[in-house]
Write a protein that binds this ligand. Sequence first.
Ligand SMILES: Nc1ncnc2c1ncn2[C@@H]1O[C@H](COP(=O)(O)OP(=O)(O)OP(=O)(O)O)[C@@H](O)[C@H]1O
Length: 615
Amino acid sequence: MSLMDQLSRPGGLRPLDHALAQVLRRLGMADTGSAPPEPVLAAAGLASLAVAQGHAGFELARPSLLLDGPVDWPDPRQWRDALARSPWVSTPAAEDAAPTSAPLVMEQGLVYLRRYREYERRLAQGLLRIAAAAPAGGDVAALAPVFAALFPAAAGGADAQARAAALALLRSLLLVTGGPGTGKTTTIARMLVLLLEQARAEGRTPPRIALAAPTGRAADRMAGSMRNAIARLDQLPLLDDDLLSELPVRASTLHRLLGTIPDSPRFRHDADHPLPFDVVVVDEASMVDLPLMCKLVEAVPNGCRLVLLGDPDQLPSVEAGDVLSGILRAAGDGQVLAIADATRLQPLLGDPPATQGDATAGGLAGHRVHLQHGYRQSSGLQLSPLADAVRTGDADAALALLRGALAGVEFHEGALDPLVAGREALVGHWRALASREDPATALREAGRLCLLTALREGPQGARGLNARIEELLGGRQSGYFQGRLLQVTENSYRHRLFNGDVGICMRDASGAMVAWFAGDGDGGLRGFHPGALPAHESAFAMTVHKAQGSEFDEVWLQLPRQPSKVLSRELVYTALTRARSVLHLCADETVLREALSRHSMRVSGLAARLGVEAS
Ligand SMILES: Nc1ncnc2c1ncn2[C@@H]1O[C@H](COP(=O)(O)OP(=O)(O)OP(=O)(O)O)[C@@H](O)[C@H]1O
């Protein structure tokens, strides 16, 4: 059986991947009178499939990552040689060279669709450009009194939050990472106070600051956390009210920040029309995919600080990427300062532990601070020991905790149907949405509880569960029924609705059914005729991927009956950490163990482009 025939079996290339191979075949025939050889056509289909699976490209040595089932793969060396000879494959001589117009690019053992290789190259270039810039501001010592008020326990540098805020004075690019409740937003609020104070002391205009996150919900959450952090700052002595009033209390989606253009994937702000800000802070950076991160970084002007916040243990974005993990590998572990930075920051931090440098880091070494201490107190939910066991893949510890008595955590061991295990709580919650007084209240209430699944398809998948829930709610016949939750599944720049946005169907004052969505990070609501919406589906149950960036008081997580390569410790960790007060886990021991034994893996050349040596 030919390679293309093998790749055409169920579970192989998608129609879109085939279509790309066919285009190449036709172009080859038209151009040279003969079709490109099969390894080239297969590489085109696989590069396209790789993007759909969240990779930037595919590895010639490990194509089996993309497909289940046996395939007689070409010998990687012969495959590479065949691709190198093909006019349809560009093999750039230098890593930073723009490729020819060939649709495929082969580089460092990876085969990319040209567009994705370009995103990766441009992103790496942009990050290194920002990182290399010296930020505005001079004398650090002059900030000592304000710094001491912000971080009373900072002396000795053991306080990672203080280290992050101090390092922001020296860096144009800063990565602040940590799990839930480690104080990322608190740290940013204090860091911004420092930057405002520095500008004031030096007679400069206050920096223009933007806060943004990948989804509307994440932006709302970021703004809420920022307002809380500012309220706590208000209680500190020595801080001037004028300074606090300059702090931003709103956050927008990244799409809104960059300025969508109707019917175009381009943004109003780009390298030629950069963002009009001096500091851009982006939360939930793990959710940002490769194209969007590339466009963001290119729109950051010289002289502007970019601060990325994220949890490195969360799932990567649904779309092509694993961008944050590539960036973090290039930045090192963020545990201690470099000696030169510690010396410069001595007036603020005292004598913190310092290092010669993290040998595993690449070109962004010294640009990261990792926060480890969790501060969030929830009397009801004892999540951190479980989250730690899951994050580190310790299945024995996770199971022991689940079977013990963790406050707020309920383990429905072996349960395969959440609509049986949690029928009253779940269906009762969704039923009540329909009778809420207005869409804003209903949407807010909808965000209180969520049923999460690992998979989309199958008996424990989101799609099948949603169909059953619609039936239970009596809405099967009526389509868009009162209280139906919807989730958008594509980016529509025209509607300014994006993959993952959640809305609710409710009648307006005239009795017409309207789908209501949050207002693009600005706090209001927007109503759409349901028939005019971009692609969408029900959102009573949703995949963990789709719930990234959101939090719910109560989370129900249903794992599938059978092990699946989609399951990973990052997926389970991301799901658990969506819960604020109550977590219900429906899973079987074998599947949970299997999930915790696996890392979610994405193929990407970003870390190498940022100077990380292959290990
Ligand atoms: N240094 C600190 N001392 C005491 N409490 C703190 C400290 N830092 C943060 N907190 C508290 O911990 C909670 C979480 O803080 P914050 O919202 O800044 O964390 P986060 O990392 O941004 O959380 P998320 O995971 O939601 O993004 C808040 O209630 C905050 O007041």
